[in-house]
Design a protein around this ligand. Structure first.
Ligand SMILES: N[C@@H](CCC(=O)N[C@@H](CS)C(=O)NCC(=O)O)C(=O)O
Length: 358
């Protein structure tokens, strides 16, 4: 990884993953492709790189945000998989990301216009897994950063992909002038370590924390993840209470970009799907205003889709019936255009998970 900032430590340890999974804990795997744009095999050139993503995936959301905020929409092409993976009865195998723009969404009753075929390999591959199999790899995750000229996968770790897009935005062909480019990971050493510390805390307690709560099959493991998640939201809300517009101060950085996908999904998806119903973001006045402020930045609103998120997180479970709410104080994502709704909910006084008697 070219940038000196340490990223690898942010992944949670995979120690005795099997035993922890058996105990009901959600343990995310580690991405295997870790090359970088700038390596000898992967020079920074306009039109050479491509992203394979799913819009409901929060890790993909990071790299789509970086692509759009950095003005790389034309220079870095992108394919979008259908939000629900293949069913268990699929002869190709279940749980696989599929490129199928004709597939019907149970939420809208129609095909999803953002979904595409696979266009980077030149082989119109139907499944993300097939892109890995072409390189004898058994992985199957998105996002993928792909080199169309070499016909190879560069990297499949979102934290590294967004950082290398930021570090190479101009040579990759950004439409923005250098002065307009947001500096997501500024050179100041103090600021970098502040961003690294925030990234590490937010990854463990919030970004991945949401999954540790929602996908846990053990009450105590869930309760611990629930508490850590809302403790982190409390800490961030008070951090923003001094009036700073962004997490580290006046400027939008990588730390804000990495927090956004989780909070964007909280009220309309995670509150229900991940059992994170301790509070809504709406109930946190400073977090809500931050969420609306980031949503209003150029390139952000079109980087996400709550239709894909709702279809993806509910469409395969919950009898395939996708919850439509919340609709008060107004539907989402329209609510993100209304910072004045901040704190409309009751001030956050969370129930102590320990005291909830059945
Ligand atoms: N550490 C990876 C995590 C990527 C990841 O876990 N993606 C999920 C989708 S949200 C996935 O495709 N998982 C593989 C699978 O479950 O098949 C990153 O941040 O890029």
């Amino acid at each position: 990884m070219t940038e000196s900032g340490n990223l690898s430590s942010i992944e949670e340890d995979q120690g005795d993953a099997a035993a922890r999974r058996a105990k009901g804990e959600f343990v995310r795997g580690v991405s295997g492709f870790r090359h970088a744009i700038g390596d000898p095999d992967f020079p920074a050139e306009p039109g050479r790189y491509h992203l394979h993503v799913a819009l409901n995936c929060p890790w993909c959301h990071r790299v789509v945000l970086a692509r759009n905020i950095l003005g790389l929409q034309d220079a870095v092409t992108m394919d979008v998989a259908f939000p629900n993976r293949t069913g268990d009865d699929d002869p190709r195998g279940g749980g696989l990301w599929e490129f199928n723009p004709d597939r019907i969404s149970s939420l809208t009753g129609a095909a999803l216009p953002e979904c595409t075929r696979e266009t980077a390999t030149g082989r119109n591959l139907p499944l993300v897994r097939d892109i890995y199999l072409a390189e004898d790899a058994q992985e199957r995750s998105v996002p993928i950063l792909y080199d169309k000229r070499a016909g190879r996968i560069v990297n499949n770790e979102s934290a590294e992909i967004l950082r290398m897009l930021a570090a190479n935005a101009l040579p990759l062909g950004s439409v923005l002038a250098r002065a307009q480019l947001p500096d997501l990971y500024p050179g100041d050493a103090g600021l970098r370590s502040e961003i690294d510390d925030l990234n590490a805390m937010l990854y463990t307690a919030v970004n991945n924390g949401a999954y540790k709560a929602g996908f846990s099959s053990d009450q105590a493991v869930y309760a611990q993840a629930f508490a850590a998640y809302f403790d982190a939201l409390d800490a961030i809300d008070s951090r923003l209470s001094d009036g700073r517009p962004f997490l580290t101060g006046a400027d939008f950085t990588e730390a804000d970009l990495r927090l956004f996908p989780t909070l964007y999904r909280h009220d309309p998806v995670y509150y229900l799907r991940m059992k994170l119903n301790g509070a809504r973001i709406l109930d946190y006045p400073h977090l809500w205003r931050w969420l609306c402020r980031v949503h209003a930045l150029p390139g952000v609103a079109q980087s996400g889709s709550l239709i894909h998120c709702r279809q993806g997180y509910f469409g395969r479970s919950w009898n395939g019936v996708v919850p439509l709410g919340p609709s008060t104080p107004m539907p989402y994502p329209q609510a993100y255009d209304h910072p004045e709704l901040a704190g409309r909910g009751a001030p956050v006084q969370r129930a102590d998970p320990g005291c909830v008697k059945p």
